[in-house]
Write a protein that binds this ligand. Structure first.
Ligand code: ZN
Length: 232
């Protein structure tokens, strides 16, 4: 169906008693009961078009996230800063930060270079994450007056960290991509679970005390989930 200023795909189905509209990218998919006539469908689209246009507008304003390519010139993140990835070949694999560049050296003549770069980089991030998070945890441990049983980093797919009942704290290594204040918030969040093993008002009062900007940090995390490779 045409003439609405957006692309529409109509599906008639037996299983539907009423119409439903869904946006798949910029395509507007409409499912309607089988008997609905074209003109009634048109009326329906016209009636719902302010909503559809609003959704399409919101969608176009949202940044689109392309999967990372581990090649020269890609933007990579570390401690809240953007770096330009530079891949060079050498005799020894290594990773270095030089000015605004994150230089990944891979061995000569390797196949699947992009994959090698990704693995090297992730391994490096995990090592850096462990050092950084351990250091921040130790310093907040003294301030808050709690003692975690252990501190680890892990490859979580959908969370920033966890604190077990017995006091083992595990962080997502990806948090090392975030700015320092956000890292501190995640550390405070987990350490405060040693005081309150829940998300009660009392718990958030503890968090507020040690990370007064926790709301901003939480919002930052929510907005950058995809950039950090969470919840994809
Ligand atoms: Zn929590």
């Amino acid at each position: 169906m045409e003439g609405f200023g957006f692309q529409v795909e109509v599906k008639r189905t037996d299983r539907k008693k009423s119409a439903s509209i869904a946006l798949v990218g910029t395509l507007v998919k409409i499912s309607v009961p089988k008997g609905l006539t074209d003109s009634l469908i048109r009326d329906l689209i016209i009636k719902r078009s302010p909503w559809i246009k609003k959704k399409l507008r919101e969608q176009s304003l949202r940044p689109t996230f392309k999967p990372k390519k581990y090649v020269n010139g890609e933007t990579v993140h570390y401690l809240g800063e953007d770096y330009c990835l530079q891949v060079v070949a050498g005799d020894q694999a290594s990773i270095q930060i030089v000015d605004r560049y994150l230089v990944v050296t891979v061995l000569h003549c390797e196949k699947d270079e992009e994959q090698r770069v990704r693995l090297l980089l992730e391994g490096w991030y995990q090592g850096q994450a462990f050092l950084k998070l351990k250091e921040r945890t130790e310093s907040f441990t003294k301030i808050i007056g709690v003692t975690p049983k252990s501190v680890k980093v892990k490859n979580y797919k959908s969370r920033w960290g966890s604190c077990s009942i017995s006091g083992e704290i595990t962080y997502n290594w990806r948090i090392v991509l975030a700015p320092h204040r956000v890292i501190d918030y995640v550390v405070v969040h987990e350490l405060c679970h040693l005081l309150e093993h829940n998300h009660s008002a009392r718990y958030w009062r503890h968090v507020e005390q040690y990370a007064p900007d926790w709301k901003i940090c939480r919002k930052w995390l929510r907005h950058h989930q995809q950039m950090l490779g969470i919840g994809n």
